[in-house]
Design a protein around this ligand. Sequence first.
Ligand SMILES: CC(C)(COP(=O)(O)OP(=O)(O)OC[C@H]1O[C@@H](n2cnc3c(N)ncnc32)[C@H](O)[C@@H]1OP(=O)(O)O)[C@@H](O)C(=O)NCCC(=O)NCCS
Length: 190
Amino acid sequence: MSRFDDTPITTPMSILHTDRLRLEPMRPEHLDGLHEMNRIPEVMRYITGKPETREQTLQMIERVMARWAEWGTSWWSLIERDSGRIVGAGCIQYLARDTANPLEIGWRLHPDCWGKGYASEAAQVMADFAFAQLKAPLLCAVCHVDNGASARVMQRLGMRLKGQERWYDMDCHVYEITADEWARSRPQDA
Ligand SMILES: CC(C)(COP(=O)(O)OP(=O)(O)OC[C@H]1O[C@@H](n2cnc3c(N)ncnc32)[C@H](O)[C@@H]1OP(=O)(O)O)[C@@H](O)C(=O)NCCC(=O)NCCS
């Protein structure tokens, strides 16, 4: 019996789609693909600063599954629809994993998938999920002050720079967008 057998499954509502990607709440079958990415130092450079061991990736999946069960939101694996390959990960979670904080959006990609627009594409549907499904009044994002690539994803999403704050033991740029700002930035139906 697997150590995951008691964890409730997530609902179909939590599987998201874009033109090129399928976003699936992380589960044990994603271990190989996620570890393939999280073991790379340049992926983790501005996150924890250290590549993950396989056991750490497995523990991360366990934590994420527990959060999906408790909060109805956490991390997705980003799966390339054409190839079925895990190319990244993205999240809507409480900032610093404290439910007193606003919801945070986040992303990471395998380096051979940088520069294709996958993080921005996934971010659009994750933000929609936060505002439409979770009724978030505000969404924030934080990145290490030197992580320009991540800040550019935040800017492309229409987020505003709020300032510099300390999160996750790092000096971070903090971006945010309100539900009203997000709704105004959406294409209007004819
Ligand atoms: C942060 C990170 C996800 C950004 O990846 P990215 O590939 O630059 O971001 P996107 O997927 O949104 O792609 C945008 C880039 O693809 C290009 N692009 C190509 N085709 C595109 C398309 N169809 N649509 C949009 N952009 C496209 C854009 O021009 C842009 O490149 P530019 O910034 O040089 O102008 C990536 O650098 C990463 O995984 N870093 C390590 C993990 C990390 O630090 N995560 C964030 C922690 S806060």
